[in-house]
Write a protein that binds this ligand. Structure first.
Ligand SMILES: [Zn+2]
Length: 84
């Protein structure tokens, strides 16, 4: 892998997505915290509601990520075209 690859937009976006998947699970119509199994329907997340479904002892609370679906969307939007 070259230095250009490491600094590339797609590499950075892939890193954000990889990190995101450590904490979140994406279902067909929902989003779930992998640490406490807190659950949020897409309709709420896409409607701008923050994720408040963590259990009180969940480590996800201290990370302070309130809009995980928006984080994923921004990372996916940053990806450039992929050549097969
Ligand atoms: Zn949680």
């Amino acid at each position: 892998m070259s230095t250009a690859d490491l600094n590339g937009t797609n590499y950075q976006a892939a890193g954000v997505i990889e990190h995101w998947t450590r904490d979140w699970e994406l279902g067909e119509t929902w989003l779930r915290c992998r640490h406490c199994v807190g659950f949020q329907p897409f309709a709420q997340a896409a409607g701008g509601e923050s994720f408040t479904a963590h259990t009180p002892e969940c480590p996800g609370i201290s990370r302070g990520e309130h809009f995980p679906l928006h984080t994923l969307r921004a990372a996916l939007a940053a990806l450039g075209p992929v050549k097969p």
